[in-house]
Design a protein around this ligand. Structure first.
Ligand code: ADP
Length: 514
């Protein structure tokens, strides 16, 4: 039975990122959107995250007093700030009373008073990350004690928060560390760990285990051990009541040796408690009918704004304003995960051959690994129909989604993926690898029936990318009716967060055993 006594739950999100405060990837979007969607269902949701140097304190409310966080070797003192999570319309539940999502920021000069979330250009993974995030995870419990609010659900996200379920299971549930002497307040709290990307696990030297303040018995019981190192995500997987990832197909793939990043065994061991719940998209931000970054709004009823967006995008990239030539867009972090080795490498079939052989235009936006940025720079100097912008640009990403005809995502793996969902909503046809969340959101084109919402391939290679882009371009020139029908079918899909929030609610109840 829920502690709240009714159907509404108290949920604490422990996270290292949440928009609009700190973001390096899809995790930040997912945490905030899910929290708002849960609040709309009437749940009481609070988010706790570090107050990084880049988060302006002037806009936050300082909480009175200090928080003492027990760490190995003594207590660390910190303060906390709070604010409401901004949202479009009111997050008020149906009874009319507003219940905003509260965000709490843990401030500690030594751990978070520096530029960067996980690292800096000079130190990509801060040496003291295990200590920083051990401190953060422990502080979540102290914060609850301070505000006298004990959650039904502790929902941790990715490796930086993975120690929170470990602390809960191995101590906090049974009283834990408590300045006031009150015990057992987390006794009925259940924990969820969401894996947004299994490629990042928080693997550090075993020596850093000391900072968790846990005993060596817990090191082995919770399964921190990883080839004589310490794996924070693995310990979280072993300790959480329920584990999930961000799409059903990715959940299946991570149970295999190929997709499991060496954690397929621990995940198979927990397979009864492991599921996939597809992320939603924030339709207040990603909606062509209201998008302020587009030259004109458009919708399924009137696509004339999309024609204007294509022109604006071509102008922006210095391409001829050719309406009949298909325009392919791509936005991504330049890492191996996104298939950039195959797409921008030297083999036949890569972007060079695609742009040379086919009558199309290609625009790219993204940043990441230096070699890929270099290859892309060289491509744009050699090809007149390939243009790239290296860097992060929110506004341009909206224009690409609106203005392109096709959107390319040849990912090696994709836990959920947001861009293909944005593309569908914007009538931009995705060309994707059949993996993870891409497989769950895109239906392959059927040339015989005209059905489908995108173009898909199974095996990741330059040739498959070439062939599939070629197929889409062929359909553009030879099956225009199918293309127009696919656009509309994509725009009809519902990827709102409400569906996901209902599935999370179900998962929470299972974790609580209610
Ligand atoms: P991941 O989280 O693996 O990077 P997702 O597709 O789940 O991939 O989410 C990435 C988000 O970041 C999307 O909203 C995407 O548009 C955005 N994004 C990635 N790179 C850029 C960029 N260079 N400029 C603007 N937005 C970007």
């Amino acid at each position: 039975m829920a502690k709240t006594g009714g159907t509404k739950l108290k949920i604490l999100m422990c996270t290292s990122e949440a928009v609009p405060f700190a973001k390096t990837g899809g995790l930040a979007d997912a945490v905030s959107s899910l929290s708002l969607a849960l609040a709309r269902l009437g749940h009481e949701v609070k988010i706790v995250m570090p107050r990084y140097y880049g988060i302006n304190r002037d806009k936050l409310k300082r909480m009175e007093g200090a928080l003492g966080v027990p760490m190995a070797g003594g207590e660390e003192w910190c303060s906390a700030y709070t604010t409401d999570l901004p949202s479009g319309p009111s997050v008020g539940p149906s009874n009319g009373s507003k219940k905003p999502v509260k965000v709490y920021f843990i401030e500690h000069e030594g751990f978070f008073g520096r530029d960067g979330i996980y690292g800096s250009p000079f130190e990509p993974d801060f040496l003291d990350n295990p200590r920083r995030f051990a401190f953060f995870c422990r502080s979540c419990f102290q914060l609850c004690r301070k505000i006298g609010w004990y959650p039904d659900i502790l929902h941790a996200h990715d490796w930086p928060a993975a120690l929170a379920p470990v602390f809960l299971r191995h101590g906090e549930k049974y009283g834990g560390y408590n300045e006031s002497g009150e015990t057992g307040s987390f006794a009925t709290t259940a924990s969820i760990l969401t894996i947004h990307n299994l490629g990042y696990q928080g693997i550090y030297s075993k020596d850093a285990f000391f900072y968790t303040g846990l005993g060596w018995d817990v090191f082995y019981q919770a399964g921190f051990d990883d080839w004589n190192m310490m794996n924070l995500l693995k310990a979280g997987i072993n300790s959480a009541d329920k584990i999930n990832t961000v799409s059903p197909s990715y959940a299946r793939e991570t149970l295999s040796q190929e997709g499991g990043f060496r954690l397929d065994g621990p995940l198979r061991y927990r397979s009864e408690d492991y599921t996939g719940i597809l992320n939603g998209v924030d339709i207040e931000v990603w909606n062509p009918a209201t998008d302020r970054y587009l030259p004109a709004p458009y919708s399924i009823k009137d696509l004339s704004g999309k024609v204007k967006a294509k022109k604006a995008l071509q102008r922006r990239y210095g391409l001829p304003e050719a309406s009949k030539v298909p325009l392919i867009g791509m936005i991504c972090r330049l890492t191996e995960q996104k298939g950039v080795g195959e797409l921008f490498g030297p083999s036949y079939g890569s972007a060079f051959s695609i742009c040379l052989d086919m009558n199309l235009q290609f625009v790219f936006l993204g940043a990441g690994e230096a070699w890929a940025e270099h290859e892309i720079g060289s491509l744009s100097s050699r090809l007149s129909n390939f243009k790239a912008q290296i860097g992060y640009n929110e506004e341009l990403s909206h224009l690409i989604e609106g203005g392109a005809d096709f959107f390319l995502m040849p990912s090696r793996y994709e836990p959920c993926g947001l861009n293909q969902m944005y593309s569908l909503a914007y009538g931009t046809i995705p060309i994707v690898r059949n993996t993870g969340g891409l497989a769950d959101t895109v239906q392959n084109y059927n040339q015989k029936t005209g059905e489908g919402t995108g173009f898909m391939f199974d095996y990741l290679s330059p040739n498959s990318i070439y062939d599939t882009v070629g197929w889409a371009v062929w359909a553009w020139y030879n099956r225009r009716k199918d293309i127009e029908a696919m656009r509309l079918r994509g725009m009809e899909q519902d990827f709102s967060w409400k569906k996901s929030a209902l599935q999370y609610t179900e998962l929470y109840r299972k974790a609580m055993g209610t």
